[in-house]
Design a protein around this ligand. Structure first.
Ligand code: SF4
Ligand code: SF4
Length: 345
């Protein structure tokens, strides 16, 4: 099913979606665009390239409470925080970020050990993907084409959205998307010409140019295995790194977390918080031993995890080429260049 509205009626579309569930959509903020829960439909803004933080935080928040308790009281009195599965619509997600959910599903629900918090949100969510603007060049940091992702790939979305001039075309991709579109007022039917434009855009998105280097998953895995003990290679790559962790927090496929207890005035909370392999104490053991004290060891871990260990264990590269890690790195460390160099080694 293909329906349409206009960009000028975006807030009407947002209002209609808010009647179906919690709407999370891009909004403009001082530091750039971010996905936020929408309370005012007029805040939804599609004049963005991509958000600063990836939409993973919708399913995997930066902090998440698991248990609340009072110190000194029996464990049976502790109150577990139930997973939230209320209907949610995630609107305006770029194709590379949609792809990241498939990779994250491996870890949070795909290996048999299901994370109920992730799964409840995923199952309750409808994803409305949004094609990149094929009339504008890709951002210099992006390289999703290298990972086989097109600029207008609808796969993984429940509804996929393409802009045609002042019109927004919305096509249902899954049954969930079809049900959502069917129940929404204020949308016009699309013409045969719109259908053709939508299909042409999806096809053109597959040829859309981002940075590209030929990366075969098996080949890069082997190359990185061979490079593991080449300290010169890793020191050169990590020389400027500040261990700030920005690259991992902005990344849609980084999922490391810590679980800690916080107590204040006898009130305790056990919560999950994002962690990052780029932090100095990420691997600090209780004995005081830290197997990755050097910056190069930590950057090597990050690259190997995404492009080598992940392929060996799950068969896919754990990177979607969104470019955020490069864009927001304060010292311009570029994962694409490191992978490109490794391929040449
Ligand atoms: S490693 Fe970088 S390019 Fe790859 S998904 Fe993460 S942020 Fe995007
Ligand atoms: S963002 Fe850059 S400086 Fe910060 S940890 Fe990542 S690679 Fe290092």
């Amino acid at each position: 099913m293909l329906k349409k509205t206009t960009v000028n009626q975006l807030s009407d579309l947002a209002s209609a979606l808010m009647e179906k569930g919690t709407l999370v959509a891009p909004v403009r903020e001082d530091a750039g665009f971010q996905f936020r829960e929408i309370t005012d439909a007029k805040r939804v803004d599609l004049n963005f390239h991509n958000t600063v933080i990836s939409p993973k935080s919708v399913f995997f928040p930066q902090t998440e409470d698991f248990v609340r308790y009072r110190t000194g009281r029996p464990m049976q009195e502790a109150e577990p925080v139930e997973p939230q599965g209320k209907p949610l619509i995630l609107f305006g997600v770029r194709p590379c970020d949609v792809k990241s959910f498939e990779i994250m599903d491996i870890h949070f629900s795909g290996t048999g050990d299901v994370d109920p918090y992730w799964q409840a949100r995923r199952e309750a969510a409808a994803i409305i993907g949004y094609a990149f603007d094929l009339g504008a060049p890709a951002e210099p940091e992006e390289f999703y084409q290298t990972l086989g992702i097109g600029a207008a790939d609808p796969e993984g979305s429940d509804i996929f959205m393409v802009r045609r001039g002042d019109d927004l075309l919305l096509k249902s991709i899954t049954g969930k998307g079809e049900a959502l579109l069917t129940g929404m007022g204020g949308l016009a039917g699309a013409s045969a010409d719109d259908e053709k434009f939508f299909d042409d855009t999806v096809a053109a998105g597959r040829d859309f140019k981002t940075r590209f280097t030929c990366v075969d998953a098996e080949v890069i895995t082997k190359k990185l295995e061979d490079l593991f003990h080449n300290t010169d290679f890793w020191e050169k790559a990590s020389n400027a790194c500040l261990s700030c962790g920005v690259c991992t927090f902005a990344c849609p496929t980084c999922y490391c977390f810590d679980i800690c207890d916080e107590t204040l005035f006898q009130q305790g909370t056990r919560r999950r918080v994002w962690d990052a392999c780029m932090f100095t104490d990420f691997t600090l053991e209780a004995s005081g031993h830290n197997p990755r004290t050097k910056v190069y060891q930590r950057l090597r871990q990050k690259i190997n995890h995404k492009y080598s260990y992940h392929v060996r264990k799950y068969g896919v590269i754990s990177c979607v080429g969104c470019g955020r890690c490069t864009r927001y790195c304060p010292v311009n460390i570029d994962i694409f260049s490191i992978v490109e160099e490794a391929m040449k080694a």
